[in-house]
Design a binder for this molecule. Sequence first.
Ligand SMILES: [Zn+2]
Length: 196
Amino acid sequence: MGLKEHILQVLKSNETRRINFSFMGDDGRTIQIDYTAFQKVITAIEGGKITFGDAATLPSGSDGGYTSDGNSFTIRPAMTWSRLFNALIVHESVHAYFDITSMRLLGIDSEAAGYIAQGYYLHNSGFTRDIPDDLVSVGRRCINTRATGHINSDDLTRLRSNIENDSRYASILFRNPASSDLFNASNRKYFQGNGV
Ligand SMILES: [Zn+2]
């Protein structure tokens, strides 16, 4: 099975269908992720509107990425065919969803949504081993198993803080003085989807 077929299989799985949460972003926007989001990504992939990038272009320390400019999905092949790999597909698909729907939201909220969805997939798949990536581990703790659709606010606060302190994300979270990026009054940078 090729990467494209594998991604589609993960996005159509029961584990992904049962992902359902929302939270309020730093700018007051409600961010909602449920199966309708993943269905949009499936449609874009099946329609050939999302391409698959060369993993050699990923920065070190990064196992996957989604680039809105080229609508390109990249996953490091060394990760292949495990539930951790499938969960990474779910994370990058959240970014793809924000892109194809031309959504504007703060970078921190885009990443938080990705990590919560990634942890949610592992939760739904009954993954009981320790999660090697701390951000994914905190993302999983955000899921409120007693109230579907809601997340634990203390864990969300910790997740945001951990993302902000991770140097891999500096360029997408904070204003770059040399650029004309969109940013809010606190110099927090926006992600702006541009459709497919
Ligand atoms: Zn991400």
